[in-house]
Design a protein around this ligand. Structure first.
Ligand SMILES: Nc1ncnc2c1ncn2[C@@H]1O[C@H](COP(=O)(O)OP(=O)(O)O)[C@@H](O)[C@H]1O
Ligand SMILES: [Mg+2]
Length: 228
C-alpha cells in the first residue's frame, strides 16, 4: 500500500499540474523515497503502435521511481483533447468514479512511499452528468495538492477551488504557485494574497522555466510538510 498518496488538482487546465506532479515525484526520489504517478483519465492522446499515449501520463511514468505499465498509469485514454465526459460520450462510453477509483486503488496497493494522482482540468470537471473528477480523490479519501497557475484571475480560482475541496470534505495538504505567464505583473503580491487566504502550506513557488523538467521543478519544491 502506498504510504502517502496525494491528488494533484489545478485551478484550471494548463495550470501546471503535470510539471508539478512530475516535480513532486522527482523531489520524493531525491529523498530516497520510492514513487509512482498516475493519470487515470487522459483526453488528448497520440495513436501509437502500442495504443493511445498521453504526454502527461508518459511524463509521470518516466518521473516515477518504480516502473509501471502504461495501462496502470493511464487506464482511460481518449484521443481528442476535449472534455473527458464528451470524449467518453463520443465512444458511447460512460465514465464511472467507482470504477476509476477502484483501478487507482489497485495500483496504489503497490508498496511505494509516495504516490501522486493527477486529475484532468480543474476540480469540477465532469466525468458524466452525475459525477465530477472530485469524486476520485473523495472515494480514495486522499489529501489534495492544489497547483495554482499564477496569472490574472488566479486568486479567485484558487479560493473557489480551495472552498470546493473543503466542501467535498477533503484536506488541502498544500498548494503550489506556478508561474505560467512570464509577463505577469504583481506575481509576488498575488502569491502572498493567496498564501494569506488559504489554510494550507505553500510547498513551492515555481518560476517560469526554460526547461520545466521534473528535476528542475523539484529544486523549487519542499515536500517535507507532506511527509510529516
Ligand atoms: N513554470 C513553468 N515554466 C515553464 N513552462 C511551464 C511552467 N508551468 C507549466 N508550463 C508549461 O505549460 C504547459 C501546461 O503545463 P502542464 O503542467 O501540462 O499543465 P496541466 O497539467 O495543469 O494541464 C506545458 O507545456 C508546460 O510545460
Ligand atoms: Mg496535465
Amino acid at each position: 500500500m502506498a504510504k502517502r498518496s496525494f491528488f494533484v488538482a489545478g485551478t484550471d487546465t494548463d495550470a501546471g499540474k503535470t510539471i508539478a506532479a512530475a516535480g513532486l515525484l522527482a523531489a520524493a526520489n531525491s529523498k530516497g523515497l520510492s514513487s509512482m504517478g498516475l493519470k487515470p483519465i487522459a483526453a488528448g492522446c497520440e495513436r501509437t503502435e502500442d495504443g493511445l499515449r498521453n504526454s502527461d501520463a508518459l511524463m509521470l511514468q518516466k518521473a516515477a521511481s518504480i516502473e509501471l505499465p502504461y495501462e496502470q498509469v493511464n487506464p482511460i485514454a481518449f484521443e481528442p483533447a476535449i472534455a473527458p465526459h464528451i470524449a467518453a460520450q463520443q465512444e458511447q462510453r460512460m465514465l464511472n468514479a467507482d470504477r476509476i477509483s477502484a483501478m487507482c486503488r489497485g495500483t496504489l496497493m503497490k508498496p511505494v512511499d509516495f504516490a501522486i494522482i493527477e486529475g484532468a482540468g480543474g476540480w469540477r470537471v465532469p466525468l458524466s452528468h452525475r459525477e465530477t473528477m472530485a469524486h476520485i480523490p473523495k472515494q480514495l479519501n486522499i489529501p489534495v495538492i492544489l497547483v495554482v497557475g499564477v496569472k490574472l484571475g488566479c486568486i479567485n480560482h484558487a479560493l473557489l477551488t480551495a472552498e470546493s475541496i473543503a466542501r467535498d470534505g477533503l484536506r488541502l495538504a498544500g498548494w503550489i504557485a506556478n508561474s505560467v505567464d512570464s509577463d505577469m505583473e504583481c506575481f509576488e503580491q498575488n502569491v502572498a494574497t493567496i498564501a494569506s487566504m488559504l489554510r494550507a502550506p505553500l510547498i513551492a513557488t515555481i518560476p517560469f522555466l526554460d526547461d520545466p523538467s521534473p528535476e528542475n521543478v523539484a529544486s523549487f519544491i519542499d515536500i517535507d510538510s507532506l511527509l510529516d
